[in-house]
Design a protein around this ligand. Sequence first.
Ligand code: ADP
Length: 373
Amino acid sequence: MQKIGILGGGQLGKMLLQSAANYPVETYLMESDLECPAAHLCHHFVKGDIRNFNDVYDFGKELNAITIEIESVNEEALEKLEAEGVKVYPRPAALKIIKNKILQKQYYKDNQIPTADFVVTKTNNELNNHLSFLPAVHKLGVGGYDGRGVEIIKTAEDLPRAFNEPSVLEKMVVIQKEISQIIAINASGEVALYPPVDMVFDKHLNLLEYQISPADIPEKALWKIEAISLAVVKGLKSPGIFAVELFIDNKDEVYVNETAPRVHNSGHHTIEANYSSQFDMLWRIMLGYPLGNTEHILPAAIVNLIGGDGHSGEARYEGLHEVLQMDNVFVHIYGKKQTRPGRKMGHVTVLSKEKRELEYKANRIKNTLSVKV
Ligand code: ADP
């Protein structure tokens, strides 16, 4: 039986392990937190730091393959493991490009993939040389996550918020829609595209709050989304699951925002809504089985369950009974003991062939279910 390891034991690791239970595979998990969401679902738990070279190398060296649920892993250890014959999903060379927003933007530019114009900055002072570039978005090269590491710089007055570390200053796009395109690609280069997802953001927390798949996309933009996402993924030359996040602007032009080289929050609905979920698909790829069917069984909405403002401590779920009474609604509580404002604590998927019903139920769930202490 193949031995496959996952770096990181959060909700993505958890859902990946839920899917692994259907396949002949022995699962390994490395995470520093013994009480992480995925800990009790793997065959072998290893306590370790996914950012530490020795921890990652020692964890991976006896495995057939290894994957990640977060980008902030020790990529040097993954490179060594790959050189020694361990299959790594995504390949370390692809991870290296994506991990650093400067390299990632440069990759799009070098490959003629449409993305918002940008300049690279090393210090916050340098932004004074680019005032004509405003309004813009300043993004930290490494270490940003879930909206931390992104600052909107509209005018010179916003300059104090700029980062004093290597970053990209990116032209502000007039966003009509934010779309996520999840793509599966296997070792032979065969691809399968999931229906695109419409992502709606909470502007206050900068966290995804609501999404619908398939997305309602202007005809003119649809083929661009497909072509651009395929170009992004093919150029990275790595098997795996990729989520390409794109903007459609007010002229129906399409730009890549960023890419995640792993299973993604915008694909959680595929567990119930699509024949082969993104998690199922990654096992198929890693175990060398045929790609699954990405078509949807029914359209879906996802509501993210985020730790409420002003609530830090042991989590309590309010409104769960009511939501569990709703038809065609699937609740996923990740099992994190502690809640914090903005922390991803769970999600709820709604299925319906009526878009209005999806929106109605998603709103009802948002207004009913909350995480408190
Ligand atoms: P993160 O890696 O934290 O998800 P993103 O790069 O996706 O950060 O940016 C977070 C959000 O900021 C995006 O979803 C989008 O709403 C907004 N944003 C990012 N870049 C731009 C841009 N060039 N123009 C307009 N809005 C942007």
